[in-house]
Write a protein that binds this ligand. Structure first.
Ligand code: BES
Ligand code: MN
Ligand code: ZN
Length: 492
């Protein structure tokens, strides 16, 4: 996609050389709404009547509402676009969503200037870039492009320039993940995904390694091979390593890269199966995150281990009843070939553990049960207690709505197998997200600080666009991972 050009601007409201000026509106506790901070000078050009004018046009300040007012020569800009922030004392997430809604409403506009940056610069930038995202790779006619350039009303200070750079890089990382997710499975398969990861990694100066099916066989990656050999397009394991200046901590990232999940021999029903193009969202997120870590020069060592396979039914597929010998030697009885994510992740987690990291962040579109428990927009976070809570808290702070979930001991026995060390599913539907987490736990080195983020719902928006979230791949949990890395860099 073509991202808008971004800049900081110190122009006075009356002189803003843009086609559209974006102002925020905020609902007041006592009823009615007010203009958000930064809009006073624009209001002055309307002799203080902007709220009245907006009211007459039906505005209320509610979140993501967009109302346009022609300036008729009162400002250089021809249009004021008022976007609702929702309730009073807006959080960064309210700003991000409003910025996203405004960017979507600016499609086709050459140049805009936003005053939302006066409320929160970083959130305004992230929301604007992400709201402008549109995946048009496969459209013969891409239509009006996103807004061409956005100026953020803010002092051109060193600090604000650094914020612009960081926020842009974070939003671009999310867009990278979205692009990978939105690429259809006939074009994004294990080898082509690995190639794209390598290109992204090399461009960012990372050390890259790709294991093809032969190397996987030599290495004994039974989980990845078991899942991946039902497809004519054989599996890969990609490793991307970044070592920052004065790296204090080592963080392992692991993400599920199922380029398409049919369920395999335990075939899924046809309804919405096409959404399983997004079953590599975890992999996309960790690839984008390690590249981002390098771009922002985090003082960390970050190593992404990315298992990639396509889960297909065929004469070479693995079967219910098969026993796989995983990387590291544990054996798993496959009772359902649709519980494939945990099998490729187990191999990758054991491999990632060999690097002796201080932390492991692993993310996956792992279970339908995540959707049942938490819905489409809230990720479930499991893992070691302290780190799990830290990741969930940071996920909430960045607006990705992560929620801590338990790994109840009593469920573990339900994964016992008659003939192998472990079965890949329990015999019941209770706590399916937690059972998957307990399965993964068997492969995590003891005492490693570990978080598993199940993004089955949040990774993919099957409804309409909202806030800064387009239809299709969302890029969740890239911003959570980025913020956790920044937090580890700062606080250990
Ligand atoms: N990729 C799916 C999980 C999923 C479901 C992601 C819906 C996004 C939306 C995963 O591989 C899967 O099929 N899980 C099974 C596990 C079950 C067989 C224990 C599920 O959740 O049904
Ligand atoms: Mn599956
Ligand atoms: Zn899957």
């Amino acid at each position: 996609m073509t991202a808008p050009k971004l800049a900081l601007s110190e122009q006075a409201a009356a002189d803003i050389t843009a086609d559209v000026v974006v102002v925020g509106t905020v609902q007041q506790d006592g009823g009615g709404f007010a203009l958000a901070p930064g809009a006073d000078a624009v209001d002055a050009a309307f002799d203080g009547s902007l709220v009245d004018i907006l009211t007459s046009l039906g505005a209320s300040g509610k979140a993501e509402e967009v109302v346009k007012v022609p300036t008729l020569g009162k400002l250089k800009a021809g249009v004021v676009l008022a976007v609702g922030l929702g309730k009073q004392d807006p959080t960064p997430e309210q700003v991000r969503r409003a910025a996203g809604a405004s960017a979507r409403a600016l499609t086709g506009v050459k140049r805009a200037c936003t005053l939302l940056s006066q409320v929160d610069l970083q959130a305004a930038i992230e929301g604007t870039v992400l709201g402008a995202y549109n995946f048009t790779e496969y459209k013969s006619d891409a239509g009006d492009g996103p807004v061409g350039r956005v100026d953020f009303a803010a002092e051109n200070s060193k600090e604000n320039k650094a914020t612009l750079k960081a926020a842009t890089a974070i939003a671009e990382a999310v867009a990278t993940a979205r692009d990978l997710i939105n690429t259809p499975p006939n074009d994004l398969f294990p080898a082509s995904f690995a190639d794209r990861a390598v290109k992204l990694g090399e461009a960012a100066g990372l050390t890259v390694e790709v294991l093809d099916e032969k190397a996987l066989r030599r290495g004994g990656f039974g989980g990845i091979l078991g899942v991946g050999t039902g497809s004519s397009r054989l599996p890969r394991l990609v490793r991307l390593s970044y070592k920052g200046p004065r790296a204090s901590k080592k963080v392992a990232l692991v993400g599920k890269g199922i380029t398409f999940d049919t369920g395999g021999i335990s075939l899924k029903p046809p309804a919405s199966m096409e959404e399983m193009t997004s079953d590599m969202s975890g992999a996309a997120a960790v690839v984008a995150s390690v590249v981002l870590a390098a771009k922002l020069k985090y003082p960390l060592e970050v190593i992404a281990t990315v298992p990639i396979a396509e889960n297909m039914p065929s004469g070479t597929s693995y079967r219910p009843g098969d026993v796989l010998t995983m990387y590291g030697g544990k054996t798993v009885e496959v009772l359902n070939t649709d519980a494939e994510g945990r099998l490729i992740l187990a191999d990758a987690i054991v491999r990632a553990g060999e690097d002796n990291p201080d932390y492991l962040i692993e993310t996956a579109t792992l279970t339908g049960a995540q959707l049942v428990a938490l819905g489409k927009r809230t990720a479930g976070v499991m893992g070691s207690d302290g780190f799990r809570d830290r990741v969930a808290r940071i996920g909430q702070a960045v607006g990705e709505n992560a929620w801590a979930m338990p790994l109840p001991e009593e469920l573990r026995g339900d994964l016992d197998s008659r003939i192998a060390d472990l079965a890949n599913v329990t015999g019941h539907r209770w706590g399916g997200m937690l059972a998957a987490g307990l399965f993964l736990k068997e492969f995590v080195p003891a005492d490693l600080e570990w978080a598993h983020i199940d993004v089955a719902g949040p990774a993919y928006n099957s409804g309409g666009a909202h806030g800064y979230t387009a239809r299709g791949g969302t890029g969740v949990p890239v911003r959570t991972i980025a913020a956790v890395l920044a937090d580890i860099a700062e606080n250990g």
